[in-house]
Write a new protein. Structure first.
Length: 244
């Protein structure tokens, strides 16, 4: 079946942004901004990881990821006042910009998005919705892929599930009116991007620089670096299409 829809991961797919490098300075900056609300010696990274786990365990369809996270996070720090959200907003407006140095621009990314949209495909930024919209929009901007007419960009505010829950992928398709057989998921994380999407019947391109081991049966349909994906789009998927 001819595809109609492409779901594109963000971190280490459209942009280079390894979390092992990105998160330590992220937590350091955020802890400084939140210091009036944290007890001495608080390990913010561990505290937030626990709240993310609580968020991911949420099954209520009327509670967004952001609402579930904040309900648990404010309980853990013992503060629910409006000043907390004001400070968090200040962090994303003033401090988050300092993290740009950890994000690597990938020139193929805007070419891919531009090509897909020009060819008439639905395009979704299917980034794991563990960040609020402002953090995702800033990273899209740093990667040169912000100002496009996406069908959807998943964020904490508009999502009720997250990766690797396959319901995250099903919710995207339900919202934009697509079906698995007509959809491709493109991402670097085998467990978060490839396995759950494939389980729904979505075709998958695993973004990787290394040749996968042949010891286990592959779940992905195709693999290779982002540059290879762009070549495949233009010359294999639509060999007669000169769009872009």
């Amino acid at each position: 079946m001819k595809p109609t829809t492409f779901l594109l991961d963000l971190d280490d797919t459209l942009i280079g942004n390894p979390m092992a490098t990105f998160l330590p300075p992220y937590f350091k900056l955020l802890a400084w901004r939140l210091r009036p609300f944290l007890s001495d010696g608080t390990d913010l990274a561990s505290l937030m990881a626990a709240s993310v786990q609580a968020m991911q365990a949420n099954e209520a369809l009327d509670v967004t990821n952001l609402e579930a996270f904040m309900a648990d996070f404010t309980r853990r720090i013992g503060y629910t006042g409006p000043e907390l959200q004001v400070v968090i907003n200040e962090f994303y407006a003033k401090d988050f910009l300092k993290l740009r140095q950890h994000v690597v621009y990938r020139p193929e990314a805007p070419q891919i998005v531009r090509y897909l949209l020009a060819a008439g495909y639905k395009v979704v930024i299917a980034t794991n919705p563990l960040f609020p919209v402002t953090a995702i929009e800033q990273r899209l901007d740093w990667g040169g892929v912000k100002d496009f007419a996406y069908s959807l960009v998943t964020t904490m505010e508009n999502s009720y599930f997250s990766k690797p829950n396959r319901r995250y992928y099903q919710a995207i398709l339900d919202q934009i009116g697509s079906v698995p057989a007509e959809t491709w998921m493109v991402g670097d994380d085998y467990d978060n991007d490839i396995v759950p999407a494939a389980a729904l019947g979505i075709k998958t391109w695993w973004v990787t620089e290394t040749v996968p081991s042949s010891e286990t049966a592959p779940v992905y349909d195709k693999f290779g670096p982002l540059a290879d994906f762009l070549i495949w789009l233009k010359h294999d998927l639509n060999p007669a299409d000169e769009t872009g």
